[in-house]
Design a protein around this ligand. Structure first.
Ligand code: WT7
Length: 648
């Protein structure tokens, strides 16, 4: 059994939730009066323009509505309402990879956002409900653009800068976006890299919906301009007024879309709401990070992922905190970069991914000791399970043995934390996300909807709706219902299934055991195997392909492909094939989906009905013994052949 670490006493004394009694009390309140609990939170935390009529409307489940009838604007929650008390407080502290800094106060941020909101309205004719795609590096303008959309009621859809032109085009098309906001490029590992050429490539064909591109100049490299389509932000922004009235939004009006991978080939546009989402962002910032007025909060994610949305921009700003934003990689100019930044900015809460912790542990074990990290109070991790080794290093070397680690389990679809320790209350164990937040009804159930006993794996489900849940998949409500409410039932009623497996340990702590579907988790990022397979299938010499996750010491999982080539004469060209296949991946998805391993095989294990038995392929990639029954396969001998090739 793993060790238990009690919260730091001194920290607990000032924490919002000080002990397990208080935690249980909150949890009980939410259980006894579920709607009353959220009603109180929503009234207390959100500065409404107009009050709502109902807390939760379940009449059209699973299309739940929260705080229906209420009016608000998320930018009032994040900026406007803070001007009374925090106008000169730093909202965003940005650090470029080259060490340059920008500090943007709440008042400055408010004006910036208003200018951009006016620009979107006046020059680009963006109206409430229009979609705007952001393809931006980690610069403050990314936050300005998100908030400017929110201010006028436009729906932003951020596409992570590591995605290719093809992937960007798919997302522009699916959302029917009117405008793309991008940058010439930015800096990584000390060198400029480019984004604008990718946008040019993406918009070449089939994007008639999108007639304008707004470009932020960041690295000032040469780029092509398409007259009448391309505009430069830096020149236009100062001509706009710094005053702009917020669009009154319905609680349920979409705030943003964010595309994520599922188990079929096509990415899903996860749609989030305005009120429920912002309530959650704030609720979790307060409870999970316990951020105080003078704290400095740093989440190292990219704004292209949900973590960046909720914990770089919306969460910290909703609570009037100071958020740090960093442009570059953690290893530039050396592996002490992040620790140096924590020291310099006196960071109080630090939130990152296990993959980064493992990397910095491996490359720079002794770096943390060279820096004063004593300002830290809470450490967080997200995105994938954390191994005990990395956890202990994080706890001792970064946290000095005095900071709780909040191992936060959640998803793009949940909007914010769901299962996590509370730093002042929960005794923590390496590798466990511990307990659901008060108000979250998470359960681990078996195929029949019964709770699984301790120590046994089951399906991780959320059995009651929560305010920040996904509202639908953009343009595909049927897929929304099927993807999330199609697999698990409790008391005969469909419940939200996360796609993850989990179990309770002997003390009832939740351990996430990983995806149960065909989604793999590379460095905390989700990739659909079907998506990658579809791309590889486009190569003329590929007859069949199956992609699985393979354990990786740094990335958690890496991408491994079993490939059957067409015709015998191609076998000798394997090395070239590897390069060609990776080129395809880079073109159609992006570098993040590059293959780490390829095995050319004569055939794939299939059932007599032709279904590929991926579980067998997963076991081989993990070097696990094959426990599945192979006798029902069309050709059982193929398994031994693949195993031999794998171990060669
Ligand atoms: C998937 C969601 C949540 C923001 C980043 C990823 C895995 C997430 C944990 C954790 C173990 C975790 C799950 C989940 N995951 N957090 N603390 N421990 N696994 O968002 O891309 O939507 O991926 O990440 O498998 O389903 P995402």
């Amino acid at each position: 059994m793993s060790q238990v670490f009690e919260p730091n006493r001194e920290f607990s004394r000032d924490a919002r939730i000080k002990n397990m009694c208080e935690f249980k009390e909150l949890r009980l309140q939410a259980e006894e009066d579920f709607e009353g609990y959220w009603d109180k939170m929503a009234k207390e935390k959100i500065d409404w323009f107009e009050p709502y009529d109902t807390v939760l409307d379940e009449s059209n489940a699973p299309f739940y509505k929260w705080f229906n009838g209420g009016k608000l604007n998320v930018t009032h929650q994040c900026l406007g309402r803070h001007l009374k008390t925090r106008k000169n407080k730093a909202a965003i502290i940005w650090e470029g990879e080259d060490g340059s800094k920008r500090i943007i106060t709440y008042l400055q941020l408010y004006y910036r956002v208003n200018r951009l909101a006016n620009l979107l309205k006046n020059k680009f004719n963006i109206k409430k409900g229009d979609r705007v795609v952001l393809y931006l590096p980690m610069i403050p303008e990314a936050a300005f653009a998100m908030l400017a959309c929110a201010k006028i009621g436009a729906i932003h859809s951020i596409v992570f800068g590591g995605f290719s032109a093809d992937a960007l085009r798919d997302r522009v098309q699916d959302a029917q976006a009117k405008l793309v906001i991008t940058a010439d490029g930015a800096f990584r590992r000390g060198k400029p890299y480019m984004l604008k050429p990718v946008v040019d490539e993406a918009l070449k064909e089939g994007c008639e919906c999108c007639s304008k591109v707004l470009i932020v100049q960041r690295n000032f490299e040469d780029i092509d301009y398409v007259p009448g389509r391309d505009y430069v932000y830096n020149e236009m922004i100062m001509n706009e007024s710094q005053h702009c009235d917020p669009e009154p939004m319905d609680a349920e009006d979409p705030l943003f879309l964010l595309y994520t991978s599922g188990s079929t080939g096509k990415p899903k546009g996860v749609q989030h709401s305005s009120a429920g989402y912002i309530l959650w962002a704030q609720y979790t910032m307060e409870h999970v990070f316990d951020v105080k007025e003078n704290d400095t909060f740093w989440c190292t994610a990219d704004v292209g992922w949900i973590t960046g949305h909720t914990y770089i921009v919306y969460g910290p700003l909703a609570m009037g905190a100071t958020t740090i934003m960093y442009e570059g990689v953690p290893t530039y100019p050396d592996v002490g970069r992040w620790w140096k930044m924590i020291e310099e900015h006196r960071v109080n809460q630090f939130y990152t991914a296990p993959t980064a912790i493992r990397l910095l542990h491996k490359l720079g074990q002794d770096e943390p000791a060279k820096h004063d990290l004593s300002s830290l109070k809470v450490l967080g991790t997200v995105g994938e399970p954390i191994n005990p080794d990395a956890w202990m290093w994080y706890y001792n070397e970064i946290g000095g043995g005095k900071c709780s680690i909040v191992d936060t389990w959640w998803q793009t679809e949940t909007g914010g934390h769901m299962i996590t320790p509370l730093p002042g209350a929960t005794p923590i164990k390496p590798g466990s996300a511990t307990f659901p937040l008060p108000g979250i009804m998470a359960e681990i159930i078996d195929e029949d909807g019964n709770p699984t006993p301790k120590g046994e794996k089951g399906f991780l489900c959320i059995t009651k709706p929560w305010p920040s849940m996904i509202r639908t998949i953009w343009g595909d409500p049927d897929r929304f219902v099927k993807s999330y409410f199609g697999d698990c039932k409790k008391d005969g009623k469909p419940v939200y299934f996360s796609g993850d497996g989990a179990m309770y340990d002997d003390d009832g702590y939740i351990i996430i055991t990983g995806r149960t579907d065909d989604v793999i988790n590379v460095s905390g990022h989700r990739l659909g195997t079907a998506e990658i397979e579809a791309v590889l299938g486009h190569h003329v010499n590929v007859a069949e392909v199956a992609v699985v996750g393979k354990p990786d010491a740094i990335k958690g999982e890496c991408i491994f492909a079993y490939i059957v080539l067409k015709g015998e004469d191609t076998i000798g060209e394997e090395i070239e094939m590897i390069q060609e296949l990776n080129k395809l991946i880079t073109k159609e998805i992006g570098n993040i989906a590059k293959l780490d391993g390829i095995l050319f095989v004569p055939g794939l294990p299939k059932t007599r009905s032709g279904k590929i038995m991926r579980r067998i392929l997963r076991s081989i990639a993990k070097s696990e013994a094959i426990t599945q029954d192979t006798s029902t396969l069309e050709d059982p001998s193929v398994v031994t052949t693949i195993e031999k090739l794998f171990n060669r």
